[in-house]
Design a protein around this ligand. Structure first.
Ligand code: DGL
Length: 264
């Protein structure tokens, strides 16, 4: 079997991460583990979410026999990385908010952290800010509606200025918002809306996510495991935790040409 990674998320956020991995490592076979039965993660309690993530990711890793687990979800990573590493024999790469690179790049010393409610309120995220924000101001922007809008976009809907206005107001029209020069997109659904965020923002800023860093980390692990990649990847498997009744998940992931969704 060619080397493979399983990209895990509650929904289409896995796509923003998978695109970065595919661009850097075109020969790596990508499988998708989508916990649609528990979507959205961002508003779930930590007590409910942690065991759920571990159980689903574990089952999906076993079903695909992937070499690496990529947690393509900030809400899941900031909650369950240690537990996942404990139960899995394979390396676990987890996406976490890009606070450190944002702190290094901001000139106005003001960063917006745009994420799910779960990620914004997490101790993990607070620690990350404390350790890496380097004294820069961080404005927390919970944006659960962007998760829904990203799902809608991937299903063919058009996202309008009115759709984004409430989130943009929370970034720009809040205390210190006039100084924001970088917004950290700390939910993997959000880079899927980068074009729209750029288009409708009141002024240009940088929208920063962790996708490229995750892809580099996956490459590091492939080297470490001494797994050489073929020129072209093998077929992708698409696993869902609840049936993809209307075929929309299948459709959203079409660019990776996965096998018909299998419910685990
Ligand atoms: N894509 C997930 C993340 O990165 C969250 C989406 C959800 O709320 O389910 O945080």
């Amino acid at each position: 079997m060619p080397p493979s990674a399983l990209v895990f998320d509650s929904g289409v956020g896995a796509i923003s991460i998978a695109r970065e991995i595919r661009a850097l490592l075109p020969g790596l076979t990508l499988h998708f583990g989508i916990d649609n039965g528990f979507y959205p993660y961002g508003t779930r309690s930590e007590e409910a979410l942690r065991p759920r993530i571990v159980a689903q990711a574990r089952r999906m890793m076993a079903a695909t026999a992937a070499d690496i687990l990529v947690v393509g979800c900030n809400t899941a990573s900031t909650l369950a990385l240690p537990q996942l590493r404990e139960v899995l024999a394979q390396p676990v790469v987890g996406v976490v908010p890009a606070i450190k690179p944002a702190a290094a790049a901001t000139r106005s010393r003001t960063i917006a952290l745009v994420a799910t409610e779960g990620t914004v309120n997490r101790n993990y995220t607070r620690d990350l800010i404390e350790q890496f924000a380097d004294g820069n101001r961080v404005i927390n922007v919970p944006a659960p509606e962007l998760v829904r809008l990203a799902e809608a976009k991937l299903r063919g809907e058009t996202i309008t200025a009115d759709d984004l206005e409430p989130v943009l107001a929370r970034i720009f029209h809040t205390a210190g918002g006039d100084r924001v020069d970088i917004a950290v997109l700390a939910c993997t659904h959000f880079p899927l809306l980068r074009d729209e965020l750029d288009r409708y923002a009141p002024r240009p800023i940088q929208w920063l996510d962790s996708g490229a860093a995750i892809a580099r980390r996956v490459r590091w692990w492939l080297d470490e495991l001494q797994l050489a990649l073929p020129d072209t990847p093998g077929p992708s498997q698409l696993l869902t935790s609840a049936p993809d009744t209307d075929g929309r998940i299948q459709q959203a992931f079409a660019e990776f040409a996965p096998s018909p969704a299998t419910t685990t």
